[in-house]
Design a protein around this ligand. Structure first.
Ligand code: CA
Ligand code: CA
Length: 299
């Protein structure tokens, strides 16, 4: 199996970055990732990290998929996410709902034992591993790994986890897939500034889809489909995610605009993924069992 080690990291999704590995459509690939602090925050005494030359939000890759051409869609099945045995969280003075509250940088380290997080002496939390940064290279200028967008990137959507499939646009030859910024656990909104930031190994299977129309970035889970959109405000991101899902539902079900709008109001759920990145991210979820009644099947 193809393995991309944590040595192959970068802080941009950019077509100018040389591929770390090359594979075929249908192949399974393991990405070894670093955490969003470039693995430099290892103790509470040094909240700014152990060293200076760190990357912000390093992503592992890029993976070049043979046969992927601009206009195709890349399907990324997330098979497993294996986390290391600890995670870190750092405060922020500038971003998130608590901006201005912690003038001194603070860090906390939490042990991860199997699927349990030791929060303190009294509280353990269940892990729900997710991928914060996952995207393809955009067609134009590169985009830093802190910023989410149409290419994916730092979407911080807690639903991007094991057993799901993420559909991303292919804007350049080979698609150039990168991922990183694993969280052992994160709530919708990521309100403090971070999830439980950790590193690990992510196993994915990639497929190049030709002549496929989906409102990417698009997520398929066991029971839902989801549009994920980012914009300067949550209002704008939410509206984009709704409109993209409505157009998808209308076409998939073959119903009128009026009826698909009404059906969205009855069955679609909006959730805020994160409010802490350079753009805000909102997702809209729609039940697969409704689409199945209209004969829609996942690709
Ligand atoms: Ca993130
Ligand atoms: Ca993160």
């Amino acid at each position: 199996m193809l393995y991309i080690s944590r040595e192959h990291v970068h802080d941009r999704l950019d077509k100018e970055i040389a591929p770390a590995a090359v594979c075929d459509s249908g192949d399974t690939v393991v990405f070894q990732t670093r955490d969003c602090y470039d693995d430099s925050v290892t103790c509470e005494e040094r909240p700014l990290g152990d060293r200076r030359d760190t990357l912000e939000n390093p992503a592992t890759g890029p993976l070049y998929i043979r046969g992927a051409l601009p206009g195709d869609i890349l399907k990324v099945e997330i098979l497993t996410i294996n986390l290391r045995s600890w995670g870190a969280m750092c405060s922020s003075f500038s971003y998130g709902a608590f901006a201005g509250r912690f003038p001194e940088p603070k860090a906390a380290i939490f042990a991860i034992n199997g699927d349990q997080i030791r929060f303190d002496e009294k509280l353990t939390l269940d892990c729900c591993p997710m991928i914060g940064v996952i995207g393809t290279a955009p067609g134009g200028e590169g985009i830093d790994t802190a910023t989410p967008g149409g290419h994916g990137g730092n979407m911080d959507c807690r639903k991007i986890g094991e057993g799901t499939a993420l559909y991303l646009p292919v804007a350049v030859q080979g698609a150039l897939l990168s991922l990183g910024d694993l969280h052992a656990l994160m709530g919708d909104g990521e309100v403090f500034i971070c999830g439980l930031e950790t590193a690990g190994e992510v196993t994915v299977r990639v497929h190049v889809l030709k002549n496929c129309r989906l409102p990417v970035p698009f997520l398929l889970t066991a029971d839902k489909v989801m549009t994920i959109q980012s914009a300067p405000t949550t209002d704008e991101a939410g509206r984009k995610a709704v409109l993209r899902m409505e157009a998808f539902v209308r076409e998939a079900a073959g119903i009128s605009e009026l009826k698909s709008g009404m059906l969205m109001s009855l069955a679609a759920d909006m959730s805020i993924c994160q409010i802490v990145d350079p753009k805000m991210t909102v997702r809209v979820e729609f039940p697969r069992k409704i689409l199945a009644q209209y004969g829609w099947e996942a690709i």
